[in-house]
Ligand binder design. Structure first.
Ligand code: ADP
Ligand code: ADP
Ligand code: MG
Length: 663
């Protein structure tokens, strides 16, 4: 076995790989960007080295820097995790050239599966069923549209270099084809530097079922059964499980044989996943699945396979990379129980699932028996805008699917995150939804039920505002008690805040303070009685025990104060309360009718549709900002004229940055 490993990744997968590496006695070496100096994966490693600034292109994707660290530290091997350099054949080659083992398949296997069109052609030759469509070289719009007509609508346009659901567009009618093609090409060019696409028949009632495969350097290849990843949003997995609901022995055998044939066709070594699209319209049938792509790496959702097989896939990866043979044959493998994984993300479901970044104010991930948590951040951490905003994966293993779902539901409901908003409640609603519970779903399920799953927030939570204001002032009072300024008899005395115009004394025992609630200005009345401070807002009156945490008297609300903001959790919903600062007013938020168009998130302006002085009508598209895996369209709030454009296509912009005005 190796003596040491460099992990060329971050977040939960870097931590996950280190856990197994350590148990095998390997010295763990982390690399990180400047934004990740204090990240969990850095703190978890034996050694850590900074390799560049925050953007991945200047750090986690800098192959030569990573190899430099590996050489300097004498790393025996490099584990690439998923994403980043994990499917980069040149990187795998460079590792080999430097005499360092790349924990993954050969460069030629990565290359063969790297582009979806070439992979499909290869699979066709190997006798694996592939999705019907056009995957040739011709990229002319008219030609591709004619192909789409021949294939029959709906069709799916896919970037051949695609991944992470990017560069994909479903098209219903020939009239919409040209625009969808342009969108897919633009996204593909941006994300992968390659705008080439293929066209596929859109399979109706589609289910995404993939097979985990493993190969070694002695020509052995097996499958480790399937995972159902049909619960998706924007073609990205949200919940995954193994085995697949409704799977039959016959279908599993057919899919397993196809997956092993795919692996053998490229002499595959290590862990890989063969993804199939399945026609679920009439139940699962052995002739109703088609190859989509092969991911030549460890998959995000590998823990559900580990749960039902009792295997450690990362350990197997290390063993195979070290030249050992697979320690089992197909016949030795069996399924025990049912496992379900949910991806907990820092994102805001009631606001279009925009990534929600910032420091973690509080974090608790419940881990009762049967639950595994693979986390990428802890309570000392931060979700930065530079990388995938996943907080953790929560995995339940039960005797039955029903058990696993119940356990997962409870674990998520008992967990909480303050600071960034999360999809926790979206996940619990999804897990408890009728169709999913009954195994009756396809990849369109989330979209079809989005209103119930991600309801919009209705109005201001008055109790949360009242408690948030109290927590903020109490936190302030703590500071004041330590400073040479006092509160006497419960009344603030020479409080520096009453000099600011946010404060207004109205009688000795009450005070009106201005706060920003999720960006909108509100006034909360603070009252003192004996030693207790009470916040009054609307119909709510809240006081808190301020010795430990800011918990409401009935324990239904909890406030966490961090960097001058109170994050108040109330039945999973978070309200953010800040003392009002006139310099950072509510105008900093999208949707204000002051005509200022601001970026709703840190990201890149990928398209600008208007010019200075141009007349626009309400709702017209002005620009597209892209962050992480999403394109966000900015539309005109009213009819008017565009002035003061201060952003250009290709430019990186901060959250709240002014892009232009519609006057
Ligand atoms: P999986 O099938 O394992 O979910 P995908 O093929 O969807 O993986 O994407 C590969 C991995 O790369 C994902 O797990 C995702 O976290 C990561 N990834 C994809 N696109 C991006 C991106 N734009 N920024 C950061 N990470 C990304
Ligand atoms: P990526 O590389 O981004 O993961 P995939 O080719 O794996 O791209 O497709 C991502 C998702 O898009 C699939 O999981 C599936 O939900 C959907 N999808 C892909 N191809 C088809 C198809 N032909 N018909 C219906 N849905 C599809
Ligand atoms: Mg895929």
């Amino acid at each position: 076995m190796f003596k040491s490993v460099l992990i060329a990744n971050r977040g939960e997968i870097a931590c996950r790989v280190m856990r197994t590496a350590r148990s095998l006695g390997l010295r763990t070496i982390a690399v990180h960007s400047s934004a990740d100096r204090n990240a969990l994966h850095v703190r978890s490693a034996d050694e850590a080295y900074e390799i560049g600034p925050a953007p991945a292109a200047q750090s986690y994707l800098r192959a030569e820097r990573i190899l430099d660290v590996a050489k300097r530290t004498g790393a025996a091997c490099i584990h690439p995790g998923y994403g980043f350099l994990s499917e980069n054949a040149e990187f795998a080659e460079a590792c080999a050239a430097a005499g360092i083992i790349f924990v993954g398949p050969s460069p030629s296997a990565i290359r063969a599966m790297g582009l979806k069109d070439e992979a499909k052609a290869l699979m066709r030759r190997a006798g694996v069923p592939v999705v019907p469509g056009y995957d040739g070289a011709e990229q002319n719009m008219e030609f591709l549209r004619a192909e789409a007509v021949r294939i029959g609508f709906p069709v799916l346009i896919k970037a051949v270099a695609g991944g992470g659901g990017k560069g994909m567009r479903r098209v219903e009618r020939a009239e919409d084809f040209a625009e969808a093609l342009a969108g897919a090409q633009r996204e593909a060019q941006n994300a992968f530097g390659n705008s080439r696409v293929l066209i596929e028949k859109y399979i109706l009632a589609p289910r995404h079922i993939e097979m985990q495969v493993f190969g070694d350097s002695f020509g052995n290849a097996v499958h480790l059964f399937e995972r159902d990843c049909s619960l998706q949003r924007r073609h990205q997995k949200v919940i995954e499980e193994a085995p697949a609901p409704g799977m039959t022995q016959e279908m599993r055998a057919a899919m397993g044989a196809a997956a092993v044939a795919a692996a053998k066709a490229v002499n595959y070594t290590g862990a890989g996943t063969v993804e199939f699209i399945v026609d679920g319209s009439q139940g699962l049938r052995p002739d109703g699945f088609w190859f989509m792509e092969m991911n030549t790496r460890l998959q995000v959702e590998h823990p559900v396979t580990e749960a039902i097989t009792g295997l450690d896939l990362v350990e197997l990866q290390f063993r195979v990379a070290a030249g050992e043979a697979l320690p089992f044959t197909q016949e030795d493998l069996s399924i025990n129980g049912h496992a379900v994984e949910a991806r907990l993300y820092a994102e805001d479901p009631s606001n279009g699932f925009l990534p929600s970044t910032g420091p973690i104010a509080a974090l608790y991930l419940a881990q009762p028996g049967g639950i595994r948590v693979d986390a990428g951040v802890d309570e000392k951490g931060e979700v930065t805008p530079f990388y995938d905003p996943m907080i953790a994966k929560v995995i339940a293993l039960g005797d039955t699917r029903e058990d696993a779902l119940t356990m997962l539901h409870h674990a998520l409901a008992a967990s909480y995150v303050a600071g960034p908003r999360t999809n926790r409640d979206f996940l619990t609603r999804l897990i408890g939804s009728f169709g999913f519970m009954h195994g009756d779903f396809d990849t369109g399920y989330i979209d079809e039920h989005i209103e119930q799953l991600a309801p919009s927030r209705d109005g201001v939570d008055e109790r949360a505002v009242a408690l948030g204001a109290v927590a903020l002032l109490n936190e302030r009072r703590r500071d004041l008690l330590e400073a040479p300024l006092y509160a006497r008899g419960g009344v603030y005395y020479r409080d520096p805040w009453d000099a600011g115009d946010a404060f207004q004394l109205s009688g000795p025992r009450a005070l009106d303070i201005a706060v920003d609630v999720d960006g909108a200005r509100k006034t909360v009345r603070i009252e003192w009685r004996k030693d207790e401070m009470c916040g009054v807002f609307g119909g709510a009156r809240e006081s808190a025990d301020w010795e430990m945490e800011w918990t409401s008297r009935d324990r239904a609300l909890n406030a966490y104060v961090k960097d001058g903001a109170a994050y108040v959790l109330h039945r999973g919903e978070q309200t953010i309360v800040r003392l009002h600062d006139p310099a950072h007013g509510a105008g900093a938020h999208a949707g204000e009718s002051d005509g200022v168009i601001r970026s709703p998130m840190h990201g890149k302006v990928v398209a600008l549709f208007v010019a200075e002085g141009e007349r626009v009508h309400r709702g017209q598209r002005l620009a597209i900002v892209e962050a992480m895996k999403m394109e966000h369209v900015l539309a005109a709030p009213s009819d008017g004229v565009v002035i003061g454009i201060s952003a250009a296509a290709g430019q990186q912009v901060a959250q709240g940055a002014k892009l232009m005005m519609v006057e």
